[in-house]
Write a new protein. Sequence first.
Length: 504
Amino acid sequence: MIRRGSLGWFCRSVGVFSFVVIGLSGCIKVGPDYHKPLMKDQPQQWQKAADMPKKLSAGRTYGGAVDITWWQQFHDPELTALIQRLARQNLDIQEAATRITQSRAQVTVAASAGMPSVNWAGSYTWTQQSKRGFLTIAQPAPGANLQYQQYTNIGSASWDMDLFGMIRRSVEAGQAEVVEAVAAQRGVALATLADLVGAYVHLRGVQEQIRLTERHLALVKHDLALVLDRQREGASNALEVAQARGQVEETESSLPPLRDAQAALVNAIGYLLALPPRALEKELLPVTPQPLPPVSIGVGVPSTLAERRPDIMEADARLHAATAEIGAAKAAFYPDITLTGNLGTQSLSAGDFFMPAAKYFTLGPTLNVPIFEGGRLRGTLKLRKAQQKEVALAYRQTVLNAWRDVDDAITRLAQMQDRYAHLVETVKQNRLAFRAAREQYQTGAVPFLEVDRAEASLLANEILLADSRTETASSVVSLYRALGGGWQVMLDNKQLAGSSPSPL
């Protein structure tokens, strides 16, 4: 029987010990703390943008903050409406959101290991002792009752004190994985945004090529009629008629591939919005002018790129998690203390179940000290360090790739702008040449072959001009994708309706 004084001393001792342990557990956390790596060779500004004159021949400028609502610079209401639907309807974005929920749930599970665990159990048993069993050793009196009932009520609690931070490091790693999942969703939002805008500008470019081709088809049919009239008058020969018919057939043959591309792009946009094929035909088949690339392109500075690029955020979070895992592996080398306690009642009759005399309790710490693990702990630590080094190298590679993406995108956009400016002048001269060739043919000064050549050159270069406008717009999309602009609004529905630029 435990004396009251002894019980009080025991409880006070356990209380003091618990207080000390709790104090220690709040301040000891072995392993390295995470610090974001510094890229020593980070450029101060984007070199290509710095080398360019402030005003290009195409009338566009570089410089300023990155506009995170950059698609509004195309001034296309249909495009803006599609993007407003994208954040709500895209399945990839929704899947990424569920992965965030999963990561947060995993953190809750990991954190629960560091919280007290409290359970309750109640039981009732009815026992019939054997007359020939172990009870005969005690030599019970004749006629002794060998049947009894037992009522038990017990509440139990345990708490891993996490003295050296194994649980806290695991929670830290889990929280970093949540950040990684959030960054992954941002990456998905950025990718789907760029894919939709890219598909849209290509669709309008293809439709412009269809319009040009149909217009030229009407011209070559008119030319064929003109040649046939001149043949009846004896002014044209069979060669010129064959050339005119061939021009009609060649022009018509270029339409089916363009219409096929148009249908595929409409379906591609619908797929991004989780719609069945042809669902957007009513909205997108009516031809509208090609979106014009913005006049001003804000590229920001390299030092802010990590704040926008989701892949850099992901790599940073992975490195944080890997660093925390090293701490968890180191903590496994140290002792671990778990406080356990039980409090309940036990009696042989229901009437005595809640009597003070039926109460019982146990309380005390459990110390677990790793002595020999066959190399498991050292192997785990070595593994975690190697994994952290791999992730650190991947982080550096991700940042370098991001810098390269931006530099390549700036260069490509500048070249596409120059190409577009040259093609504008080319088409202007082709139109003059075609008009002159037709006038000279009607007067008999040149054969129809000259008209045919001038017309073919005009059509080819007008299509090249439309394609160049598309490629220039696509280069803008690629640049903003490389700069990490757009997901900020995609994942904030309140800002989707906004029309003013939101620089970051």
